[in-house]
Design a protein around this ligand. Sequence first.
Ligand SMILES: NC(=O)N[C@@H](CC(=O)O)C(=O)O
Ligand SMILES: [Zn+2]
Ligand SMILES: [Zn+2]
Length: 343
Amino acid sequence: MSDILTLTRPDDWHLHLRDDVALASVLPYTARQFARAIVMPNLRPPVTTAAQAVAYRERILAALPEGLDFEPLMTMYLTDNTPPDEIKRAKDAGVVALKLYPAGATTNSDAGVTDIRKTYATLEAMQREGLLFLVHGEVTDADIDVFDREAVFVDRVMTPLRAAMPELKVVFEHITTKEAAQYVTDSDRFTAATITPQHLLYNRNAIFTGGLRPHYYCLPVLKREEHRQALLKAAASGSAKFFLGTDSAPHAAQLKENSVCGAGCFTAISALELYAEAFEGIGALDKLDAFAGHHGPDFYGLPRNTGTVTLKREPWTLPSAVPFGEAQLKPLRGGETLNWKLI
Ligand SMILES: NC(=O)N[C@@H](CC(=O)O)C(=O)O
Ligand SMILES: [Zn+2]
Ligand SMILES: [Zn+2]
């Protein structure tokens, strides 16, 4: 059993960096591990135009500490009213993808899409221009059980969408169920998925162990053990359709530990260590390099990174809280021991 793990320098294909002082607080954690990240556009107000994406990119680069080499890959927030002609401007501005937030599905999704068919002309423009479509895959109907929202999304939205837009590259973000893993496995080369560390490491019991644990609450919510097993199998299958996307989603601790707790787990501080633990747990450490460093750039049509990062088997204790502007941020697993350490 080796105590050193050298990986192709990875990218994070799903990341929330927020803005202003929050951005400055969390960006260094990502930039020390990852060469690039797909930056989510669910700011308040959301990043809905190419010009806003360019301005956000500038703010990220301005917040990047000296000496860290990191490239933010920008996305835009799709609304019912995103004009098809904004897609050309997006492409010219270097935007790589648009994001679907079904209205009401998750954090800052109130400006999201109310009916995907309203956006088809814009999706057609994306298909033409080669922009990717990133999907928060949950239906929002109040009569659908929160644990079933992803599986229902597969039938009600994904299947018709793929039929209508067969050559649009779609990333089913942060998948959490065996239904989604199966759907992506069975689909053609235009569909892929990201998987978070928390959905590989935990089932829904983690939210309820000894009391309600807000820092394990994200959306889509953690599922039953059989789903976690299906995700592990997909991630370690070697299939190029599955790749790393942390969905690291910082929320101030006082807002997580509240009568209404926002959805999101902060994992950027120890992302690679968490993935290493998950892959090692099923004896698949040899599959981590391709999952973290190859499949993402290949699907996006970008070059793989040339550098490497190294993890060492060395127990260390994750801080229980870190600064988040004036507030505090509590990492997933904060205060606990991790077995791998990025060096
Ligand atoms: N995953 C989450 O629970 N939260 C994300 C939004 C998202 O990715 O759905 C956030 O922005 O906080
Ligand atoms: Zn989401
Ligand atoms: Zn997210």
